[in-house]
Design a protein around this ligand. Structure first.
Ligand code: PEP
Length: 247
């Protein structure tokens, strides 16, 4: 399985910030892992033009459940694909919180993405209150069952485990906590999509940075990372790509 270092720029970046992309490609022309950046939708076309012919892939941060229609302000997976995206994040905790997205909507978005030929990166994770209450695995299991389309394959699905309390906080779970969840996810996914589960990349996300990347990538069933803040600068994301390539 080829591991995946994915960056989520969230609502950050500008045409000027695309200089970081050139720096990243120059520093990592042929990494051993896949390398992906998901900028705001307005920058996808420009970033896709820059990365053409390089090892860097471009993705999006959300898509609509339909391919076209009367949905003001929304963008379909087909449109993202035409703009040059190969992947799309769905169900990020910020979308689930800010826009009230449900597991059913996330599943429909993932299905729309896959139908458009994109890889769906389905995000799930527990809140701090859920972890404190000892319900982490129950919460994550339910999210996985309801957010992952049944027809998913290793080629069109990536799962990102992102504890909500670890996103943008500088806090990360222990190695044992990450290992427990990723092992559980692999098993649960096999119950849902069968043998394909063995090849699905399971990413960890939440305050991944150059200083903790190698330790996280050494954990069983961690097949890469979804990186927020540290994906904005080539000087931070590059070392994470290097750590994953070496893992
Ligand atoms: C994210 O937004 O998916 C994320 C993991 O953010 P950060 O790396 O900044 O914690």
């Amino acid at each position: 399985m080829r591991k995946l270092a994915a960056g989520n720029w969230k609502m950050n970046g500008s045409l000027a910030a695309l200089a970081e992309v050139n720096d990243l490609i120059a520093a990592h022309p042929a990494p051993a892992c896949e390398m992906l950046l998901c900028p705001p939708a307005t920058l996808i076309s420009a970033m896709a033009a820059i990365v053409r012919g390089s090892a860097l892939l471009v993705g999006a941060q959300d898509c609509h459940t339909h391919s076209a229609g009367a949905h003001t302000g929304d963008i379909s997976a087909l449109m993202l694909a035409e703009a040059g995206a190969t992947h799309v994040i769905v169900g990020h905790s910020e979308r689930r919180t800010d826009h009230g997205e449900t597991d059913a909507q996330v599943a429909a978005k993932a299905q729309a993405a896959q139908a458009a030929g994109l890889v769906a990166i389905v995000c799930l994770g527990e809140t701090e209150a859920q972890r404190d209450a000892g319900t982490t695995l129950a919460v994550i299991g339910a999210q996985l069952d309801a957010s992952v389309p049944e027809a998913s394959t290793a080629a069109n699905l990536v799962i990102a485990y992102e504890p909500v309390w670890a996103i943008g906080t500088g806090r990360t779970p222990t190695v044992a906590q990450i290992a427990e969840v990723h092992g559980f996810l692999r098993q649960r996914l096999a119950g849902r999509i069968g043998a394909e589960a063995a090849g699905v990349r399971l990413l960890y996300g939440g305050s991944v940075k150059p200083s903790n990347a190698a330790e996280i990538f050494a954990i069983a069933d961690v097949d890469g990372a979804l990186v927020g803040g540290a994906s904005l600068k080539a000087a931070d994301f590059g070392p994470i790509v290097a750590a994953l390539s070496a893992a």
